[in-house]
Write a protein that binds this ligand. Structure first.
Ligand SMILES: [Ca+2]
Ligand SMILES: [Ca+2]
Ligand SMILES: [Ca+2]
Ligand SMILES: [Ca+2]
Length: 379
């Protein structure tokens, strides 16, 4: 009996120790899980705060780049003429941990997929507030009805142009509104014009960077819709501005277009110049880069009727420039993009507009993020 009760006591003690062991194991497991949980959430928090820091650094880089642009534009070697890309930095410029780029347009359009970095000239574009119906109709993707609707939107009267749209059309919309009957203040306002669609306005260049990104050349596989032809077919927004002043020309109001910086598509829209005159201007300026600061160099490139009709629209200088600034913070994180338009016509430079383009997504092509990581920075 005595032996039995000793065995019972032993077994009881083993059971108690086993229970204690299981409890200890559970507690340990719980502690390890808690440690792992807090460790994970702390590392997530750290990552979030690093991303926040990177975004802040990118924001600061954008502001710094804007000041740098103002400095460059206020100290032009030849007034009105953009500096050559060799004379200033514009590609993967380090600012502390951050890096910025000026997203530009290649005047020679050397490659449809390679990003080009530079400040840009607003006088290289057609002013949507002064353009005639004829000029608007000459834009790629434009129809005569849409050109008429643009003019009806901005003209102060309510007389309906052929194919255009005034109050009665807009009042039928849900919610109803009226035609603006005054000038466009921004190009985004074009979205309100009757007959406008995203294809016409933005074309294939969904991120508005002037180059063909992979999703812009894959047909309907991903947005935007494109013709997969290896070339960028931009929308009309690429060729338009609201920044340049409207002056009195011999045939009515005009906004001068810079023959030294305008694309062939823009030059083609100028009355009397057309496709032939535009190619003549482009060929001349490629062959005579040293003459582009010469006043009225374009008179040597055009002949007869083209010169007579087109001269009133052309200039070789500008006082309206834009800096489309993209930046990332440390480790290539925290992407930001803002487009500034500057008015340099007065005694002090003025920011005419500032537009946040971050939501359009990455605009710097394939290699920029890696370049940013490898940029040499001051210690
Ligand atoms: Ca009107
Ligand atoms: Ca693009
Ligand atoms: Ca596509
Ligand atoms: Ca295309």
């Amino acid at each position: 009996m005595r032996i039995l009760s000793t065995q019972k006591l032993y077994l009881k003690s083993v059971a108690t120790r086993g229970g204690a062991l299981i409890i200890t194991l559970w507690v340990t497991f719980g502690l390890v899980s808690l440690a792992l949980y807090f460790g994970h959430s702390m590392s997530l928090e750290l990552q979030v705060s690093e991303n926040r820091m990177a975004s802040l650094a990118a924001d600061q880089a954008v502001q710094g780049a804007a000041r740098y642009a103002v400095h460059l534009l206020s100290n032009l070697q030849t007034p009105g003429v953009l500096p050559t890309v060799q004379s200033y930095v514009q590609d993967a410029v380090p600012v502390g941990d951050a890096t910025f780029w000026f997203v530009g347009r290649d005047p020679d359009q050397a490659s449809p997929t390679l990003p080009y970095f530079a400040l840009t000239d607003e006088s290289a574009k057609i002013n949507v507030n002064s353009a005639s119906q004829e000029m608007l109709e000459a834009l790629p993707r434009m129809t005569s009805s849409l050109a008429a609707a643009i003019i009806d939107w901005r003209d102060t009267n309510s007389d309906l142009s052929t194919g255009g749209a005034e109050d009665e059309t807009y009042l039928r919309r849900n919610p109803p509104h009226r035609a603006k009957n005054s000038n466009f203040e921004s190009l985004e306002e074009l979205r309100l014009v009757f007959g406008m669609d995203m294809d016409v306005l933005y074309g294939e260049d969904a991120n508005q960077n002037g180059i063909l990104d992979p999703n812009e050349n894959d047909g309907d596989t991903s947005l935007p819709s494109d013709n997969k032809d290896g070339k960028l077919d931009p929308g009309i927004i690429e060729y338009l501005t609201v920044a340049t002043p409207i002056v009195n020309g011999p045939g009515g109001p005009v906004s001068l277009i810079n023959a030294s910086t305008a694309s062939e598509a823009v030059l083609t829209c100028i009355p009397g110049i057309g496709k032939d005159g535009a190619s003549a201007l482009i060929a001349y300026r490629k062959g005579h880069t040293d003459q582009l600061a010469t006043p009225e160099w374009f008179t040597n490139a055009l002949t007869g009727a083209a010169l007579q009709a087109g001269r009133a629209y052309l200039t070789n200088a500008s006082a309206y420039f834009s800096a489309d600034i993209a930046a990332v913070g440390g480790h290539g994180r925290g992407y930001r993009r803002q487009r500034f338009i500057f008015d340099l016509s007065g005694s002090a430079p003025r920011i005419m507009s500032r537009q946040d383009l971050t939501a359009l997504g990455w605009a710097l092509g394939r290699d920029a993020r890696e370049t940013a990581m490898n940029v040499k920075r001051n210690p």
